[in-house]
Design a protein around this ligand. Structure first.
Ligand code: ARG
Ligand code: ZN
Length: 853
């Protein structure tokens, strides 16, 4: 069944209060719910109360204290006839958390109980209007065996607790803030807290707790520091203060996504909480800061102001990703952060936008909402907010968000409400940007600079390719930060200005241009577009050395490499010297920091090259990229060797300098190994052995994993033996092998899937193979088709356990139309095989059927 945005109707009932009583157990949990309901004056009245359920049967229903027999089931939903007016509705249910492999609702993980309710998990706990526009005040009583579940947590503040007979204890909590049920959370288990506190800007003291298994306590300090920084940052940058007396985070090892912003009780995938230098990379540390901040920021952009319906998901997710990106830029290097965020956007969102699963930031329909937690909703949504900020400027944007929070506090709002608040506060009309909410597809812009004497004319042209359901596209409003760089001086001869391209074509003039000009456009990636600039390799080389915008400088280098890679993959012979010179200059620069150097000299991924070609030939692309890597490795061996030796800060030093040096070390190691595999293997083994931190250790293992050398197995075995009991590190061990650039990677993953530690029921472990392999273009697209068969089998196996996670593994298949006919046919065959399998979940059905169109 397809749900459509235009069908939205307010719910006929209000539920001002919800009381829940949980009698908790792993094998069996009982839930007694009492809802206060009353007619919603803003909706059409109804004489039934329709409550959503999922795999539940009511044990008993009461209305105003008396048992009721006249309830009905309509599919999974419970229908209760009600006369007009206020009522108290009681419902008892019972289910088995241990049998809940979907990890939605209340489930068991590692002997503890926890919940995930967004988007539609609450209906697996009790019958309820499971939609984000029904806000209710919750009072929750939890009862459990004290020995097994000494800690009982839920949203809000603890009110009362006590002990009963037979080792039972109980606790009652109340959340003063009305919330939709997707923000409900409950945790029961044997947990210990890293406790701290935070004093808010108005002087209120908030108790902070990060709850984990006792052995993991030493790995929680980075998450705690990140949380406090995020709390301060949201006060300083958005004027947002925390609102409860306590804020708890719980880490669990079985989790479908990254983390969840439940009011006052965030629940996290342990991968985004636990870290120390011995087991987590610098990238992991950054991800923890990012996700902790993201979930914390949701307290305002998500919880205090929530979404009216799930089509508005980007209202909270796009905005919150934008907020976490800005936080990341403020606490680290803004240039490197931007490069990183754009890389993610291009690798994932651009592929989504150009394939069969393309959808707008605010979709018009869905079959299963879980499938819409996508890079388009999250990352393109964030780019849209960034464009609004670019157009408004810092001050007006802040006035707009202030008004948004004030106007909609305690409400379920829409994307239109958000834009309206920005417009009302700033006095600026943003209508032109709103098309980005409804029109899918990545705009392509071509730019050409024409110069005669002191005058330069910029010619711009845009187009958006058709996407499913949107055959004809309108021109979009595209904000392009643009400057001109002097070819000789290397200085800005026309300083940066914001060009708004609104029509399909436009020209822009620059006067008083004193020397030949180079075009620096879409600086800072001001718009999420694909840009095709008419430029000579010479120009790119100069821009790579002199552009005054660091992002544009990175772009120039990427473009230089991309062009070489595309031509070479097409069988042309191209001189790599311009690339070598630019990489060499970058490595030798005294002005650039190591982190930036590392980003700039890393050749674009094989899938990024593929995205820019009409027909993707994975083997040719792989060969081209390997050729480039080996030329760089050979011609710049001394610069790279310096970089690989450089830094030398101890592993526990997580300053920007130390992290940058480590990043550059492994990038340099990879290039050195491409140039001279035997020597590379030696260097890698030495880096592996000497490493006092996971970044260097995993980096070396990654490089070795793609080599044919005895050191490869030595390192993999040593790594496994050392970390056998640490699941998050063993995930890395699987992931590195599934990402390896080897002709036999398919055989490797087939074998890994039989490894005793491979468990498809654990999402992190499943993804450690499936996501890494699906993104490994050369290996996944092995011409035998065995890679396709392997992943399809794994998806089918996972679908029986956890449809939501299985469905998220489909996108690599969705690119089938982009490949040469033989591979395209093999990919289609696997999609068809999945689709014809009986008992498919609707999650998987939606992704696969749409991928075939
Ligand atoms: N709201 C969460 C976040 O981005 C994601 C939860 C998604 N859960 C799901 N089952 N789709 O912070
Ligand atoms: Zn989020």
């Amino acid at each position: 069944v397809e749900i459509r945005r235009e069908d939205y109707r307010p719910y006929p009932w209000k539920v001002p209060n919800t009381r829940l009583k949980f009698t908790l157990g792993l094998g069996k949990t009982r839930v007694q719910a009492i809802l206060d309901v009353e007619p919603n004056a803003a909706a059409e009245s109804s004489d039934v109360l329709c409550l959503n359920g999922d795999e539940l049967t009511p044990l008993g229903v009461w209305v105003d204290g008396s048992p009721l027999d006249s309830w009905l089931m309509d599919g999974d939903d419970l229908l209760i006839p009600l006369t007009p007016g206020k009522h108290e509705v009681g419902i008892d249910t019972e289910f088995s958390p241990a049998a809940n492999t979907k990890l939605m609702g209340l489930y068991a993980s590692n002997g503890m109980l926890c919940t995930q309710c967004e988007a539609e998990g609450f209906r697996r706990i009790t019958f309820f209007p499971d939609r984000p526009d029904v806000l209710s005040r919750y009072r929750v009583r939890m009862e459990a065996d004290k020995a097994k579940f000494p800690i009982l947590l839920t949203n809000g503040n603890p009110i009362e607790s006590g002990e009963g007979a037979d080792g039972i204890h109980w606790a009652e909590w109340e959340d003063p803030f009305p919330k939709p049920c997707y923000l409900f959370a409950l945790v029961a288990g044997d947990l210990k807290a890293n406790r701290d506190s935070f004093t808010t800007m108005s002087g209120r003291k908030v108790e902070l707790g990060i709850w984990v298994r006792e052995a993991d306590l030493p790995k929680t300090s980075h998450a705690m520091e990140s949380l406090k920084r995020a709390m301060r940052w949201d006060e300083e940058v958005y004027g947002r203060e925390y609102d409860l007396d306590l804020f708890n985070i719980v880490a669990v090892s079985d989790f479908n996504m990254g983390a969840m912003e439940n009011k006052g009780l965030n629940i996290f995938n342990s991968a985004y909480i636990l870290a120390d230098p011995d087991t987590a990379t610098d990238g992991d540390f950054d991800n923890i800061a990012r996700v902790v901040a993201h979930e914390y920021f949701h307290n305002w952009s998500g919880d205090r102001v929530t979404c009216r319906d799930w089509f508005q998901l980007s209202l909270k997710e796009g905005f919150t990703v934008f907020r976490d990106q800005s936080f990341g830029a403020d606490i680290g290097s803004p240039a490197v952060k931007r490069i990183d965020d754009v890389r993610t956007l291009r690798m994932i969102q651009f592929q989504e936008d150009s394939g069969p699963l393309a959808h707008p930031v605010r979709p018009d329909s869905y079959i299963e909402i879980s499938n819409f937690y996508t890079a388009t909703i999250y990352n393109k949504g964030a780019e849209l907010i960034r464009m609004m900020k670019t157009v408004l400027g810092e001050k007006k944007f802040r006035a707009g968000t202030d008004l948004y929070f004030e106007r909609h506090d305690g409400e379920a709002a829409t994307c239109d409400d958000f834009v309206k608040a920005l417009e009302d506060a700033s006095g600026v009309d943003l209508t032109h940007l709103k098309l980005w909410y409804s029109q899918a597809g990545t705009p392509h812009v071509t730019a050409r600079l024409e110069q005669t004497g002191g005058k330069a004319v910029l010619h711009l042209r845009q187009s958006v390719a058709a996407t499913p359901g949107q055959p004809v596209k309108k021109p979009m409003a595209i904000p392009l930060k643009t400057a001109l760089i002097g070819e000789e001086s290397g200085a800005e001869i026309a300083s940066e200005r914001l060009i708004l391209l609104e029509e399909s074509e436009a020209t822009v003039e620059f006067d008083n241009i004193s020397e030949p000009a180079l075009l620096s456009i879409n600086r800072g990636f001001s718009a999420p577009i694909v840009l095709d600039v008419d430029r000579k390799p010479d120009d790119l080389e100069k821009l790579a050395a002199s552009d005054t915008d660091p992002f544009a400088r990175y772009e120039a280098m990427q473009e230089l490499m991309l062009r070489w890679l595309i031509s070479t993959a097409k069988g042309e012979t191209v001189d790599p010297q311009p690339v070598i010179r630019a990489v060499g200059d970058t490595l030798r620069s005294n002005q650039l920091d190591s982190a930036f150097k590392a980003e700039v000299i890393l050749p674009p991924s094989e899938s990024m090259v593929g995205d820019r070609m009409d027909v993707i030939d994975p083997a040719a692309i792989h060969a081209a990229r390997e050729q480039l890597r080996s030329v760089i490795g050979r011609d710049l061996s001394s610069e790279l060797a310096n970089a690989q030796r450089g830094g030398g800060q101890p592993g526990h030093d997580v300053s920007a300098e130390a992290k940058g040096a480590r990043r550059l070390r492994t990038v340099a190691l990879g290039l050195l190994a491409a140039g001279d595999p035997a020597n590379g293997a030696k260097l890698a083994k030495a880096q592996f052995g000497a490493a006092d931190n996971m970044t260097d250790r995993q980096g070396a293992m990654m490089v070795l994993a793609s080599l044919e050398a005895p050191q490869r197995k030595e390192a993999l075995d040593a790594f496994y033996a050392r970390y056998e009991d640490d699941p998050l590190v063993i995930d890395k061990w699987f992931g590195v092998q599934a990402a390896a650039q080897r002709p036999d990677t398919v055989d490797q993953v087939v074998a890994l899937a039989e490894h005793p530690k491979f468990n498809p029921a654990n999402p992190n472990r499943l993804r450690s193979i499936a996501i890494s392999f699906g993104m490994n273009q050369w290996a996944f697209h092995d011409e035998s088709g065995r890679g396709y068969r392997f992943l399809a089998d794994l998806i089918l196996k996972a679908d029986k356990l956890n449809p939501q996670v299985a469905a998220r593994l489909v996108p690599p298949f969705g690119r089938w139309q982009r490949f040469e006919p033989k591979r395209a046919a093999l990919m289609r065959t696997e999609l068809e095989r999945i689709l014809s399998t009986p008992g498919l979940s609707k999650d998987l059905y939606e992704q696969v059927s749409k991928s075939l169109v």
